[in-house]
Write a protein that binds this ligand. Sequence first.
Ligand code: ES4
Ligand code: ZN
Length: 326
Amino acid sequence: MLTPAQIHDLPKVELHLHIEGTLEPELIMQLAERNGIRVPWADIEELRRQYEFTDLQSFLNLYYANMAVLQTEADFADLTRAYLRRAQAAGVRHAEIFMDPQAHTVRGVDLATCVNGVASALAESEAEFGVSSALIVTFLRDREAAEALTMMHDLIEMRAPIVGIGLDSAEVGHPPIDFVEVFALAREHGLQCVAHAGEEGPPEYVWQALELLQVSRIDHGIRSLEDEVLVDHLVTHQIPLTVCPFSNVRLRVIDTLADHPLPAMLARGLAVTVNSDDPAYFGGYLDDNFMALTDTFNFGAVELATLARNAVQASFLTADAQAPLL
Ligand code: ES4
Ligand code: ZN
């Protein structure tokens, strides 16, 4: 039986974390007050009662609505520092963090305001919290690809401090193929590529992400298990899957944690990693996900070490930077 201290000390790397998904109810209320924004909830308890989801879209509705309180560069920096503090407490050593700029620009926040707010906090993450970090901008697949392409050009022009791009939001009906041009442009500029695929969408979307967007990691990817040829491909090429157990349960992709295919995925030789996705919404941070998996599946030191090592190797850190974490 592993203890919380052993889980804490595991050199953990977070590869699937939406910074907006770390916006805790307390911070929502504080920022609402600071910015003079009216929220539809009388208090934190009423807000907390909204955190019951039936699927991805029901979560996204609340996730986007709550972002209304994020207005200034300081708001984005405070949000990011709050996450980094919690990540440090969890024993996270490195985090590659998603942000959704379109979720902010569509409501009138400047691209520079949101990107610089998050990036300014990340620039100090190592010195302030002992957590190294990198920023990945994710595009909303349920909005026009032309909008994403324009933003990609803007990000290049402003020399945004990002290591890569991703694709997220409502998956079904929004296949990766729509974003080929955006990802080609990112690759031309030396950016890494990842995409959410096979969360609610079919294995076909995972194939498209790999073959058309040429991603080096798949976010979620658990529906890949429905396609044995795809599983073989993912194993052979050791393509990392950033799996998010609490997210899958809370968004009803999986009934209960005990039904999660993660142990089977590990046994099959897939390069799976454990991540927290939107921890303020799904019931816990990276340490909580690891602890629950350990309790549910009786994971021992060997399984946990494999999961931790997979994440280090799947990260965009250089081999030199990976070495001390292995
Ligand atoms: C997300 Cl869980 C999930 N899936 C797709 N898009 C997202 N954006 C934030 N969380
Ligand atoms: Zn996600």
